[in-house]
Design a protein around this ligand. Structure first.
Ligand SMILES: [Cu+2]
Length: 183
């Protein structure tokens, strides 16, 4: 006698509960799929930025400028530019101490070293760029607001193609100071 009562009520309730559980499961599954998708998306974003970040930073070392004689309006900056991963293109530089900064290269023309302006300088992890007085590329300061004095510093910002600028302080010193002491 008891069974029919329970029997009439129980299956229906069980059915409602299981239907409710199924609905919950579907919601839970959909939610977890969404969460998984979101997690994957954010991972992909992190991965993309992690891939771009290291190569974005070009490393600058041994940046120096030679002192200029009184009255001189041009000077030169030399530096070593390297990159840990990938490549970069230096497109120019600027300083509040000169009207313009040009990328220059030196070329031997009819037994004379001649400077000429170049538009950009490419570097890669395989091929860093080491500038030095006496030839090759350098940064030419044009329209100096004051002579470059040994011991002073020169603020310089390097501009790259599709990469953030790099700002640094350039030491003004005699080239001899950069050479290892020998003899
Ligand atoms: Cu030059």
């Amino acid at each position: 006698m008891r069974q029919p009562r329970q029997g009439h009520g129980a299956p229906r309730r069980t059915g409602q509960i299981s239907a409710g559980l199924t609905a919950l499961r579907i919601i839970a599954t959909t939610a977890s799929r969404w969460l998984a998708t979101l997690a994957l998306l954010s991972l992909a974003t992190i991965h993309a930025s992690a891939q771009e970040a290291p190569s974005a930073i070009a490393h600058v070392e041994q940046a120096f400028a030679l002192p200029t004689p009184p009255g001189a309006t041009t000077g030169a900056v030399y530096l070593t530019l390297s990159i840990a991963k990938g490549d970069a293109v230096l497109t120019g530089a600027s300083t509040p101490m000169a009207a313009t900064v040009e990328l220059h290269s030196m070329q031997l023309t009819q037994e004379r070293m001649q400077m000429h302006r170049i538009k950009q300088l490419a570097i890669s992890s395989d091929a860093p760029l080491a500038m030095a007085p006496g030839g090759g590329p350098h940064l030419m300061l044009i329209g100096l607001s004051q002579p470059l004095t040994a011991g002073d510093k020169l603020p310089l910002t390097l501009h790259f193609l599709a990469r953030p600028d790099t700002s640094l302080e350039v030491s003004i010193k005699e080239y001899a100071e950069m050479m290892p002491l020998s003899d």
